[in-house]
Design a protein around this ligand. Structure first.
Ligand code: UD1
Ligand code: CA
Length: 450
């Protein structure tokens, strides 16, 4: 959109959330509320998006590095937030600004496009919804069909409040000259004493500007989130949207009502998932991969034909084609399983690579390690990677065989094709092709009779 910027109002505390975090940092399907709004705007505005931050502004800036922020130190209302942003917007050469409440995570790119099309040409346009339970939304007041004002629920006459079903959705397109002229005339003369952006409507009507209400029907797409209850409701709408989209695209999803999948994750047609499960962040689940129930997968890639058995937890991991994980495995950041590798029950892997076809099938910790292809890691093997000060690396060569209950005290290198006897504590490198055994010899003594 040339000459049009987007402005997200996100400075409020969100008192009804009873949380120290700014409201827009509450999460839905593992993603910040604000991330949804930004994703809806980015296709239309690219980087020309400004965010008004206030309550815990530092926290917000840290969560969205690279974002363009306007600071609203005191949150005196949505109209005040707009007014503070005007110099930055004018400085960037904008003629119009799309303003959106940061607490509207159901907004998507299509709704934004529709609104922009219908709003184009007006001096001030805003989106409206018809709600059966209009609750605390601002009411659209019309006279003879023409919009006259938006009146906040608190300021409405209680006897007519429920008659007004048409509400303000919190999405506006405003010409900058109009905003510059009229926003200084917003007064805080209302029950909250706040400067309301919605007062621009009556001011614009009085000023003879072209004001347009864009009716977005009964769509759930613009509901605001003000309380934990609304957060849960909106999260469920989003969850269903994602799941339905995946089913339509050909993802095999068992118990879809219990699958929580981030809209930013990519699940290919032909992947098979069973709920309850969580696929979060920028995860990718490729065609033919299988994810059994009770798995939690965050920011991880599951390649074609790989299988995650029940109760496996992955974060920042990569599981190669045809690899097998779990049940009850934990792959932490930097865990890489090459094709056909296996990490079985009660195996934890962190910052370590299991080469092609390598196996760690039971009760093992592999941290800061590189395991060659075809190696076998016996049950109970531990890489002792931490000496109390720093982390050290363990390297195990191709086709090495590590006997059960081995402790590998890093830094240490175990050569290819070598063998380590069960119960060993390995503190020195093992040369390629040799056998190492590091445990005390067994003695059999006569048993004392009592
Ligand atoms: C607002 C609208 C209401 C509309 C509803 C739609 C006003 C006065 N009312 O009400 O007509 O029906 O949204 O969801 O705008 N914010 C700031 N700075 C402030 C105050 C708020 O940035 O000083 C931000 C908040 O973080 C929030 C957004 O503006 O993201 C809206 O504020 P909120 O207090 O939630 O307004 P509502 O009462 O929901
Ligand atoms: Ca709100």
């Amino acid at each position: 959109m040339p000459n049009t910027a987007a402005l997200v109002l996100a400075a409020g505390k969100g008192t009804r959330m009873h949380s120290d975090r700014p409201k827009v940092l509450q999460t839905l399907l593992g993603e910040y509320m604000l991330a949804y709004v930004l994703a809806a705007l980015r296709p239309h505005f690219a980087e020309n998006i400004w965010i008004v931050a206030g309550h815990q502004a530092r926290m917000l800036e840290a969560a969205f590095p690279g974002g363009r922020f306007v600071l609203q130190e005191e949150q005196l209302g949505t109209g005040h937030a707009l007014m503070l942003a005007l110099p930055a917007l004018a400085g960037a050469g904008c003629r119009h600004v799309l303003v959106v409440n940061g607490d509207a995570p159901l907004l998507d790119a299509e709704t934004t496009r529709d609104f922009l099309e219908k709003a184009g040409g007006a001096d001030l346009a805003f989106a409206t919804l018809d709600l059966d339970e209009p609750g605390s939304y601002g009411r659209v007041v019309r006279a003879g069909g023409n919009v006259r004002a938006i009146v906040e629920a608190k300021d409405c006459d209680p006897s007519t409040l429920e008659l007004h079903r048409e509400v303000n959705a919190g999405l506006y397109l405003i010409s900058l000259p109009l905003a510059e002229t009229l926003s200084p005339r917003i007064t805080g003369a209302n029950k909250s004493g706040e400067y309301y952006i919605t007062d621009l409507v009556a001011l614009s009507v009085a000023g003879g500007y072209d004001v347009r209400a864009v009716q977005c029907g009964r769509d759930e797409g613009l509901l605001g989130v003000n309380s934990p209850r609304e957060l849960a409701r909106v999260e469920e709408i989003l969850r269903r949207r994602v799941v339905m989209r995946l089913l339509e695209r050909g993802v095999l999803l068992h118990a879809p009502d219990m699958a929580r999948i981030s809209p930013f994750a990519r699940v290919e047609p032909g992947a098979e998932l069973t709920g309850p499960c969580e696929i979060l962040g920028r995860s990718e689940v490729k065609r033919g991969a299988r994810v059994a129930s009770h798995c939690v997968v965050r920011d991880s890639v599951i390649e074609e034909g790989a299988e995650l058995r029940h109760f496996s937890h992955l974060e920042g991991a990569r599981v190669g084609a045809g690899a097998l994980v779990g049940p009850f495995a934990r792959l932490r950041p930097g865990a890489v399983l090459e094709a056909a590798a296996r990490a079985g029950n009660f195996v934890e892997i962190k910052n370590a690579r299991l080469g092609e076809g390598a196996k760690a099938n039971h009760l093992t910790y592999l941290g800061d390690a590189d395991i060659g292809s075809g190696a076998n890691i016996g049950a109970g093997t531990i890489t002792c990677n931490y000496d109390g000060r720093g982390k050290h690396k363990t390297s195990i060569g191709e086709k090495a065989f590590i006997g059960s209950n081995t402790a590998l005290v890093a830094p240490v290198v175990v050569g290819a094709n070598s063998l380590v006897g069960a119960g060993s504590v390995i503190t020195r490198d093992v040369p390629e092709g040799e056998m190492a055994i590091a445990r005390s010899r067994q003695k059999n003594l006569p048993r004392k009779k009592n």
